[in-house]
Design a protein around this ligand. Sequence first.
Ligand SMILES: [Zn+2]
Length: 334
Amino acid sequence: MLTHGFTLDEKGMKMSKSLGNTVSPADVTKQYGADILRLWVAQSDYTADLRIGPEILKGTADGYRRLRNTMRFLLGSLADFSEADRVEAADMPELERWVLHRLAELDQAVREGYDAYDFQGVFQSVFTFATVELSAFYFDIRKDALYCDGDTARRRAARTVLDLLFHRLTTWLAPILVFTMEEVWLERNPGDAASVHLTDIPETPQAWRDEDLAAKWSAIRRVRRVVTAALEVARRDKVIGASLEAAPVVHVRDPETLAALKSVNFEDLCITSAIYLTNDPSPAEAFRLPEIDGVGVVFEAADGEKCQRCWKILPDVGTHAHPGVCARCDAALA
Ligand SMILES: [Zn+2]
């Protein structure tokens, strides 16, 4: 048996008709839809008194919209995905294997959370993953490969991961966002017999866990935070409009971190046209973040012309068969 606290208004006052602070579930459903009301329930800590009101519901609806954008990106990118595109985990780039590692971690957290009726914990873990690690990191980086690559191994690996994400995010969230996840599911699985609610949460191989890779990528993401913050300053000062106009020099003191950065396409991760890595000491004018020691970034503008297809600024643009594009885009067009 489960008991929960009282439902109070936004200020923590008891609801009463005479105060006029009552919130009717029927009104919430009419204004936002039933999934927002369900989401408010799932996000609430039911071991204490619960609060609800217009401002709280606005926040819930905002979170819902961000999650909906994540799902919409998955649907758009997977529109013509087929089994022939599927790639084995062992053949994927490290960035994709890092996502699989996170999926294996989350799979355990989601199952344990639901077993313990910790809906708040389940939703918070999945929501943070979807908005911070997927939308603002993984999707942002892979948009370039998804939109501009030809049929490359990198693009196939990315789409395989998006398909694996699709099956997990929909089934993990189906008990909370009942209508939305069904809508997302039917978009890829049409037919009268199909339903996400008749579909089990897929098994997630624990072999996807890779603690060494996770530690390496945690170091890479720390350096990336300094680069993106430095580019944000350049954008604010109107030095650049987009990060692809930059080719920053990144000074890294720790040799192990530097080797990790050199082993990946760090310019792709930072969404710049080029990047220069060095262990020369940072000059005085370098941009630093106080919480990240041993990393300095010096802004440089990217050299070359803007590719009309992928918008990277590269020295070889204009030297290929198709006018105004870079080598990669020239090959994709061919
Ligand atoms: Zn290009």
